[in-house]
Design a protein around this ligand. Sequence first.
Ligand code: VGL
Ligand code: ZN
Length: 192
Amino acid sequence: MKLKVGHRDALIIVDMQKDFMPQGALPVPEGDTIIPIINNYLRIFQESKASVILTRDWHPPNHISFKSRGGLWPPHCIRNSEGAKFHPDLKIPSNAVIISKATEPDKEAYSGFDGTELNSILTSRAVKRVFICGVATEYCVKETALDALRLGYLVLILNDAIKGISKSNSEKALELLLNKGALIIEMSDLLE
Ligand code: VGL
Ligand code: ZN
């Protein structure tokens, strides 16, 4: 049985920004290789009148997650910088909703739902299922999916359109998501 995408579905594309791509400040290996696949999902979701959401990491210059403040990461995705831009090859529809997250200096927020309007936007559109792709599997994809599960959405992870920083941590993240009730699917599971 193939899934038919409809107007109560949302495609959530997580953090497909230049700094997370090879050459970026915090590269996800092969992060750019999923762009053509995401573009194909974008076409399907647009044709089906589903919602399209893009999250972006949108840090202030002194964000708590940066090494300078004792965090894990080199500076990345500083708001309004070149590295915070979406990859130019992504075919972003004009009606896509952009969700900026981790915008507060003293608070980490890996999930697209954390401190944002995302849940209220999806609720107002009566969205029931969220299809999640992007980077990084074991950080922002994982936490966005976990929040979506907690909030009561049916969560589908697009396994051919995610990339992680570490292979083993990504596998663990997917296992956790499966255990919590997410479904892991790929392009061939969708009716085109
Ligand atoms: C992310 C590390 C730091 C992500 C964001 O988008 O997965 N990872 N900030
Ligand atoms: Zn970040």
